[in-house]
Unconditional design. Structure first.
Length: 290
């Protein structure tokens, strides 16, 4: 019986592998069509500059408006795009969309910076810098308005290559940001020596601030404080990610973070909702301050 069960387990495992491979293939094919068919959308999440309490920028977050499955988060398709080599095309599409949306906000007198997430595979493919520059050239978007985000983990995969490309991007006037800092186990020395201007503190650290136990909360606050002073010592600005409660917001502000981003400020929203959201925010603030 044990042997039979063992064999069944193996068969089940093989079936699962095959199903997963088939699913990946199907998603890859669908995704390739989706980019052309205009099924991808970009939502934007505001970044709050804590000292002035003004929204100075947004992060672009891609979604897939799937005809049957609804609005899919990036976790459902970005890994597939990375594995299949489609992610460079996806990113070029995101960059072009962001450039167009930013031009729209400009026309309304809202000069926001926009951050775009870049995959490690794109950095590895060697076309990142030229892809970004060609979008800037064809859209007229000023490089100062663009921020590129690369995760700590993807930087750690090939730090020399990352450093080279970051330097090239910054020469073009494009800011680089290290995303999800504190979520991996990368070499601290390598990360802080990167030519990047912004350090984004991972939400796991930020959310620990209002954690369950008092001890965990104070340890998380100490970790955030350390990252903030590390960033400052390296001449970098810092962003607290995933800020969900007023308490977390007050703490990251008190700890000296440059910016905060999270649901307590706003959830990611479609480009066309942003001007209205900004307008109602400034009216609320005006009412508060008299
Ligand atoms: P990320 O770059 O770290 O983006 C922040 C994620 O945290 C977003 O998830 C955002 O919706 C979520 N978030 C923001 N505030 C809060 C909060 O207060 N609480 C919680 N629990 N979550 C919050 P999203 O949009 O699902 O994106 C997940 C990841 O997918 C991103 O993490 C990024 O790594 C990747 N991604 C998103 N858009 C793109 C893209 O255009 N290209 C690539 N290559 N990756 C992307
Ligand atoms: Mg990001
Ligand atoms: Mg992040
Ligand atoms: Mg992430």
């Amino acid at each position: 019986a044990a042997k039979a069960a063992g064999r069944n387990t193996v068969t089940l495992f093989e079936e699962e592998l095959r199903d997963a491979a088939q699913r990946r293939l199907r998603v890859t094919t669908e995704l390739r069509d989706a980019i052309g068919a205009g099924e991808l959308v970009v939502h934007y999440q505001p970044l709050l500059h804590l000292r002035t309490r003004t929204v100075t920028g947004v992060e672009a977050l891609v979604r897939w408006q799937h005809p049957e499955r609804g609005l899919l988060p990036p976790s459902e398709f970005v890994p597939v795009a990375e594995a299949s080599g489609l992610v460079d095309e996806l990113t070029r599409w995101v960059l072009a969309t962001v450039a167009r949306d930013a031009a729209g906000w400009d026309a309304m007198g809202l000069p926001l910076t926009a951050a775009v997430n870049i995959s490690a595979t794109h950095m590895g493919s060697g076309t990142l810098v030229s892809d970004v520059n060609s979008v800037l050239a064809s859209s007229g978007l000023r490089p100062e308005r663009l921020v590129l985000e690369l995760t700590e983990t993807s930087v750690a995969e090939d730090p020399e290559r990352a450093a080279e490309q970051f330097a090239e991007l910054r020469v073009s006037g494009i800011e680089v940001s290290i995303d999800d800092f504190g979520s991996g186990f990368s070499c601290l020395g390598q990360i802080v020596s990167m030519p990047a201007g912004i350090l984004k503190i991972d939400k796991s650290l930020v959310q620990g601030i209002a954690g369950v136990g008092h001890k965990q909360a104070s340890q998380s606050a100490a970790a955030v404080e350390t990252v903030v002073s590390l960033a400052r010592a390296c001449g970098m600005r810092s962003v607290a990610e995933g800020v969900e409660t007023p308490e977390q917001l007050a703490t990251v502000a008190a700890l000296g973070c440059t910016y905060a981003q999270g649901f307590v400020i706003a959830r990611p929203m479609p480009a066309e909702d942003l001007p209205r959201w900004l307008g109602s925010r400034s009216r609320r603030r005006a009412a508060l301050t008299g």
